[in-house]
Design a protein around this ligand. Structure first.
Ligand SMILES: [Zn+2]
Length: 105
């Protein structure tokens, strides 16, 4: 059975930790689009930080990876379950970079 959107939101929010605000939209192709924004960086003004990128892959994995890097950079003291996947996220980032370079040739 496919989990409902709100159940997915709760699961993603639990993984992303207390600083994250998770919202799931349905994309044009019926794909789930994960929008993770940072509660702290939003409150502080400037520009609200969000892991959502228009036109990019906003699946669970891609959004959570961007969120992990945000936590690492801006909130090194923050604790969140998703930080357990930091190594895997860094490896995926590396692979995406290599993939982009390969396509440029
Ligand atoms: Zn933040």
């Amino acid at each position: 059975m496919v989990a409902s959107r709100s159940a997915r939101e709760r699961k993603a929010a639990a993984e992303a930790g207390p600083l994250a605000r998770v919202k799931i939209d349905l994309g044009a192709d019926e794909q789930f689009v994960y929008k993770i924004s940072c509660a702290e960086c939003t409150v502080k003004g400037d520009r609200a930080w969000s892991a959502y990128r228009p036109g990019e892959d906003n699946g669970y994995m891609a959004s959570m990876d961007r969120w992990i890097f945000h936590l690492k950079q801006k909130h090194p003291d923050a604790d969140a379950p998703c930080l357990a996947y930091t190594d895997a996220a860094e490896q995926r980032l590396q692979e995406r970079r290599q993939g982009l370079e390969a396509r440029r040739d």
